[in-house]
Design a binder for this molecule. Structure first.
Ligand code: NAD
Ligand code: UFG
Length: 348
């Protein structure tokens, strides 16, 4: 069976994707330097993988920017395709220390490309983001028509630049590369077992980890960043996608790279549900999942937030049959189950 290298596989989305790939029979090799995860996450994934799939993965601790290290990984196992999750992703931190983000995110991609060239590996699935779209006034992002450009943060701009590096390299023919760039919308939720999930360090930046920390009593209340947006209830609308559905999208993308001839050198594909939920609607879903009201206060808008964006999803459906299966209530239930079972993330 094909062996897939998952960079950043100890992290939130990578760990769920590893489990999905093992479940469908792929062999998995994970590389992570634990800059935003921990060995305990690998232990939890290992135990869950054994229970759910009867399979294990190979794990290498190291930095994807380190070419010599990567070479040892490629020499040890014949890799047939890569999913590149490894990257720094904190939007606020990227505004404060942009060089760290450009260095890690761009150099990891360039180093991977060099190593792939050396070992003749051609399939590359990239973790991109809806943040690459830069088209004021558009709320339904379309791969074919919505403009991509300088993002609202250095983090987002690293995603734009990584896409351009991958596209230019693939089109040049310098490396026989096939790239699928998956532009995720808002990944949330956790595996239904509650054994792996999102484990942010410090104060969560994102909505749903903050809500679950309020629900479990670690924080007093949620701050809702503005209720005066031009949306039906005044709060921002996003396209939330369950991380298990997102993992399935990675499986389908890898399968396409391995099995379909005549693929474009570079394809960017939205991965969302196509449905939008407001912050108040997300809070209501958590009220139902937790069985009590989540306390919140409306505060000032957060700089840089857009009122509304959702995915146009037809391309993922047409190219590899991807549609989301899990609902906003599934997302809230599974996020809460993970937080409730592990109030301190992988530390308990
Ligand atoms: P995460 O931080 O949980 O996982 C990323 C993993 O990569 C971490 O385990 C980290 O230790 C590792 N890593 C970072 N730099 C590395 C390096 N140089 N070498 C080796 N390992 C390294 O993040 P996530 O939420 O799982 O996101 C995965 C990818 O998806 C990221 O590239 C992120 O930018 C992208 N993405 C995430 C979201 C989201 O909301 N979570 C949305 C769009 C795109
Ligand atoms: N929000 C709150 N309170 C909080 C946190 C968030 O009200 O404590 C609101 C935000 O204002 C926004 C919504 O909840 O309206 C969602 O916010 P998130 O931070 O969860 O998600 P974003 O849409 O801002 O950002 C996400 C990813 C980024 C990515 C971006 C665009 O976290 O990495 O989508 O794809 F760049």
């Amino acid at each position: 069976m094909s062996r897939i290298l998952i960079t950043g596989g100890a992290g939130y989305i990578g760990s769920h994707t590893a489990l999905t790939l093992l479940g469908v029979g792929y062999d998995v090799v994970i590389v992570d330097n634990f800059s935003n995860s921990s060995p305990k996450a690998v232990d939890a994934l290992s135990a869950l993988a054994l229970k759910e799939t009867g399979k294990q993965f190979a794990f290498y601790e190291g930095d994807v920017c380190d070419g010599a290290f990567l070479r040892t990984v490629f020499e040890a196992d014949k890799i047939e395709a890569i999913i590149h999750f490894a990257g720094l992703k904190a939007v606020g931190e990227s505004v404060a220390i942009p060089a760290k983000y450009y260095d890690n995110n761009l150099r990891s991609t360039l180093t991977l490309l060099n190593t792939m060239k050396e070992f003749g590996v051609t399939g590359f699935v990239f973790s991109s983001s809806a943040t690459v779209y830069s088209d004021p006034g558009v709320t339904k992002y379309d791969e074919a028509t919505t403009r991509v450009g300088r993002a609202s943060s250095p983090y987002g701009t690293t995603k734009v630049m990584q896409e351009w590096i991958l596209e230019d390299t693939a089109l040049s023919g310098e490396i026989p590369l096939k790239v699928i760039s998956l532009r995720y919308f808002n990944p949330v939720g956790a595996h239904s077992s509650g054994e792996i999930g999102e484990s942010p360090q410090g104060i969560p930046n994102n909505l749903t980890p903050f809500i679950t920390q309020v629900a479990v009593g670690k924080r007093e209340f949620l701050s809702v960043f503005g209720d005066d947006y031009p949306t039906p209830d005044g709060t921002c609308i996003r396209d939330y996608i369950h991380v298990t559905d997102l993992a399935e999208a990675h499986y389908l993308a890898v399968k396409r790279l391995l099995e379909v001839d005549d693929l474009p050198m570079f394809d960017a594909i939205n991965i969302g549900s196509g449905n939008g939920y407001s912050v108040f609607e997300v809070i209501s879903a958590f009220d139902r999942a937790v069985g009590k009201k989540i306390p919140y206060k409306v505060v000032a808008r957060r700089g840089g937030d857009l009122a509304e964006f959702t995915a146009k999803t037809e391309k993922a459906k047409k190219l590899f049959g991807f549609t989301t299966k899990l609902t906003i209530d599934d997302m809230a239930k599974d996020a809460w189950n993970w937080q409730n079972k592990h109030p301190n993330g992988f530390d308990d």
